[in-house]
Design a protein. Sequence first.
Length: 334
Amino acid sequence: MTKVTVKKSALVCGAGGFIGGHLANRLKQEGFWVRGVDLKHGEFENSTCDSFILGDLRDRTFAEDVIDHKFDEVYQLAADMGGAGYVFSGANDANVMHNSALINLNVLDVCKNRDIKSVLFSSSACIYPEHNQLDPDTPNCAEDSAYPASPDSEYGWEKIFSERLYLAYNRNFDMNCRVARYHNIFGPYGTWTGGKEKAPAAISRKIALAQDGDSIDIWGDGLQTRSFLYVDECLEGTLRLMRSDIGEPVNIGSEEMVTINELAMLLIAISGKDLKINHIPGPLGVRGRNSDNRLIRKLLDWEPQEPLITGMERTYKWIAAEVAKQQTAGSFTV
Ligand code: NAD
């Protein structure tokens, strides 16, 4: 008798985005039947999803249409978000809160109605209180430091509201939602121009466009600290968390903290160019931030391992190639 194997199914909300696009590919490699949903197709890669549906998850009816059966795993990564220039300028606050909250309210409630238990929510290090991140050398981002809540952006406030929403559904509707607090994920196939890009991509683009002897602009004095996690390690942590029994929010980030000046110097060294750094005013976010991996080490017996330079080399190479492609096509605008 032939054994019929039924594939497990996964839904990736935000599959046209950076992390969602990588995640959908990874789930396909694992043998899942994958549906991706987004407002847009992935900009840089052909989707490998079995089904990719364009549409707006703020629309409840659309959410009901795409979440049409009991998916084994749902990854909710869709959000109205961007780097510091988008999130900290203040100009997008209302949209960020309204749009992302509506997406989470719809997706989670429809999942509950379809009896889906496993939903992973992509929260952020931006939920941590500003007053714990004033010192660039010793920021506190331990999971239990989140309360009393005092994020420095409306993006962070929406994330903390939605974290609580997912945890409330766990309690009241017997779901197994997981909450990942991502810390600055980077890698190829992310946004690198247009205003929503984050520091590693923005700095890489500036370097790729510069000639020996030029200066590249860095917002602020460059002494603010951050850590950055390569996307493949983010996916590994995400899948491990999803398939664990951890019902509390967990950091997924790197503990290799650098200043923005150090990041810029690393990328300049990778490029092999002779460039200087020019500091200009710009939106900055908190003074210091680093992942605290004590909880993930304890609960998952795992943490990211790859040194920053390895992922940055891959990312710079990819962005430099994209810049060169657009320059050749004559379509590049800064
Ligand atoms: P991204 O912007 O590349 O992807 C988000 C996707 O959501 C986009 O493709 C966008 O089109 C889609 N989207 C937005 N509104 C939608 C709507 N109404 N309906 C359907 N799709 C919609 O971002 P990313 O870097 O891939 O981040 C994924 C998730 O992880 C987000 O929730 C983000 O807040 C979170 N996160 C990311 C980082 C990071 O460093 N990249 C850090 C912390 C948290």
